[in-house]
Design a protein around this ligand. Structure first.
Ligand SMILES: C[S@@+](CC[C@H](N)C(=O)[O-])C[C@H]1O[C@@H](n2cnc3c(N)ncnc32)[C@H](O)[C@@H]1O
Length: 292
């Protein structure tokens, strides 16, 4: 028997919109009614609920913690890929990391923080890049802290299992061969890379429990979902946990959402990298090359 499709009434849409904003600071525009309906309908079916009204009344119960997480999971956009946008990784490899490594030659420590890491391709890309190109730091104390609000994404990232489609997107074949092994129809990232990344379920709207020891704060393709107040608050947190010569990296489309008093951008040809206002630029930049 084919069941009737569940429809999302306006009032329920507004409740869910406010709930998602209160929980994850994600802004859902008024015209995204269809998107919320589309993303939550499968959840309603999986939960065996008869309607959106039922979902809303469950969300209002104080004991609805796990359901709340599942709703946020279903609403968030988890789009990601290995070496996403490629150029930022090239800039890191050629210009930023060699200098950062030189700056840290005495402490021999590096700490990279990833906000909104989705299923893990971004921190794993950095881990592979470090291992593949900087063998001289193999015995350093390197911390990659990768976080996401979605419990499901964090679980997947920790597992380190990727589909053929996922490894086909952005991962060079030589890195696939070097750092992955077949696991049935999937590919599993090797243990030495997997162990480098500490995945944690963290909501970026809550205070970050970090010391002031972060060298690069990756916040790529996350700010776009927040409003200006929340962006500023999060950028203030990034400022507070960065070392004085550390830097912030945003996503390719995020220059326009970025306006605050805490950071100075590097010239645009060096990707979306920012250093702390009031400090000298931590990196010596070569003359710009034409963008290929
Ligand atoms: C589009 S993905 C970006 C993934 C990766 N940074 C990249 O650029 O490929 C955005 C991620 O941010 C996460 N996210 C959204 N709101 C969040 C919040 N309040 N706290 C932590 N993570 C959040 C989502 O779950 C999603 O996985």
């Amino acid at each position: 028997m084919i069941s009737a499709p569940v429809t999302l009434e306006r009032e329920e849409f507004h409740f869910i919109r406010d709930f998602v904003y209160r929980t994850a600071a994600i802004v859902i525009d008024e015209d995204k009614h269809y998107l919320v309906e589309y993303r939550l309908a499968p959840l309603i079916e999986r939960e065996g609920m008869p309607s959106f009204r039922h979902l809303v009344s469950e969300l209002k119960q104080p004991s609805s913690g796990p359901l709340r997480s599942r709703v946020v999971d279903a609403i968030t956009t988890n789009e990601t890929s290995f070496f996403r946008d490629s150029r930022p990784f090239e800039i890191l490899r050629r210009i930023i990391l060699p200098q950062l490594i030189e700056h840290r030659r005495y402490s021999r420590t590096l700490h990279f923080f990833f906000g909104g890491c989705s299923s893990g391709q971004e921190p794993y890309s950095i881990a592979m890049l470090l291992r593949n190109h900087f063998p001289e730091i193999d015995d350093w104390n390197i911390r990659l802290t990768a976080t996401d609000i979605s419990g499901e994404m964090v679980r997947r990232a920790r597992e380190g299992l990727f589909t053929q489609f996922e490894v086909n997107r952005g991962l060079p074949a030589r890195l696939l061969v070097r750092y992955f092994e077949r696991a049935g129809i999937h590919w599993r990232i090797c243990e030495s890379i997997r162990r480098m990344v500490d995945f944690q379920e963290i909501n970026l709207t809550r205070p970050l429990n970090l010391g002031k020891d972060v060298d690069i704060f990756f916040l790529r393709n996350v700010l776009i979902y927040f409003d200006q107040t929340e962006r500023c608050r999060l950028l203030a947190q990034a400022r507070d946990v960065l070392r004085p010569d550390g830097c912030l990296m945003l996503g390719a489309a995020e220059t326009t959402v970025f306006s605050n008093d805490f950071f100075i951008p590097l010239p645009v040809e060096f990707s979306n990298l920012f250093y702390l206002k009031g400090t000298p630029s931590p990196f010596h930049l070569p003359p710009a090359e034409p963008h290929q």
